[in-house]
Design a protein around this ligand. Structure first.
Ligand code: SF4
Length: 315
């Protein structure tokens, strides 16, 4: 994975975009089918403090296509039907997105992942989880799905390399825990994508750049970045209502994300550059609704700087 992605995409895009990588590798459109396996999360079920992360809604980031449906094969069918825009060749990644998708005994995990990957149109498996929920037994199960021509990813909610920020977010894990999880998953041969939030209150510009440097030093193969945004029914909404929540402006975010990418290792695949939620659930910032224009502005900013991902990466 890393060696292939280090070769670059040849698209002219100023960052190493995951979508381009998929297109180049498979020669067709690849879409993710979101799955809610109803595995809950130790930060929600009372194992920790039961309040959940301050940015997380009751649905644990579940897709609307999975709402009210238990059977994961049926969830995938619904998502596939709703995403189909044309008859162009399309293949799919089974995406265990909602809550903590390694929070079960290995036999249960294997049954769930088997059910999702048995469909002939599925060409990959993506599993989102917390860094403190990836024992070696779970990694062993996940590593069992690695094979040629199959897209396997583990997504870890890192959010920040700073323990004070993780405490603000009510994550209940440390950066040391993330470093350990990324390192062990990579040792199992599993490509890891880390989630990062830019604009966490209390973080300075230097703190965010330090997170980019730490990710670059880890065996991470991908990064998913989003801006701090307020979703209905979250702890952040309460803080926002009391006007105690500084939020990056659109211009600040574009500048910060370019700064971040400039310091990131060039071969890391960028899975996402902005948070994505249905407008009905979004409280702030409202500029986040205009995802396409923000992405174009990020490319414009790189053009103005005459730089790209890794431009200031020092190794
Ligand atoms: S973001 Fe993930 S870890 Fe945090 S409460 Fe939601 S499901 Fe749990």
């Amino acid at each position: 994975m890393t060696a292939r992605s280090e070769q670059g995409r040849g698209t002219g895009r100023p960052y190493n975009f995951f979508g381009d990588y998929l297109w180049n590798r498979y020669g067709c459109r690849i879409l993710k089918l979101p799955i809610d396996a109803h595995l809950s999360c130790p930060n929600r079920d009372g194992t920790l403090d039961g309040r959940g992360c301050v940015f997380c809604g009751e649905d644990g980031s579940a897709s609307p296509t999975a709402a009210g449906v238990d059977d994961i094969t049926r969830q995938m069918e619904i998502a596939r039907t709703s995403f189909r825009r044309s008859d162009a060749a399309t293949r799919y990644i089974a995406y265990f997105q909602a809550f903590t998708n390694t929070y079960a005994p290995p036999a249960v995990l294997r049954r769930l992942y088997d059910a999702a990957t048995k469909e002939p149109f599925v060409t990959g498996l993506m599993i989102a989880t917390r860094p403190d929920c990836v024992p070696n037994e779970a990694l062993e199960v996940i590593a069992g799905y690695a094979r040629a021509g199959f897209e396997l990813w583990l997504e870890l909610g890192m959010q920040s390399a700073h323990d004070g920020s993780l405490a603000f977010l009510n994550r209940h894990h440390t950066n040391e825990c993330t470093v350990d999880a990324v390192t062990r998953a990579a040792a199992f041969g599993i490509p890891v994508c880390v989630h990062v939030i830019l604009g966490i209150p209390g973080e300075t510009w230097e703190d965010m750049m330090e997170t980019a440097r730490i990710i670059s030093s880890l065996p991470a193969a991908g990064v998913k970045i989003h801006h701090l945004h307020v979703i209905r029914g979250t702890g952040l909404e309460e803080m926002h209502a009391s006007r105690a929540l500084p939020i990056l402006s659109r211009g600040e975010y574009i500048s910060t994300v370019c700064d971040f990418l400039e310091r990131l290792r060039p071969g890391i695949l960028i899975h996402r550059l902005i948070g994505d939620r249905p407008p009905a659930t979004l409280v702030a910032p409202l500029w986040g609704i205009h995802k396409g224009t923000v992405l174009r502005s990020i490319e414009d900013e790189f053009a103005r700087r005459m730089s790209r991902q890794g431009f200031l990466f020092t190794g």
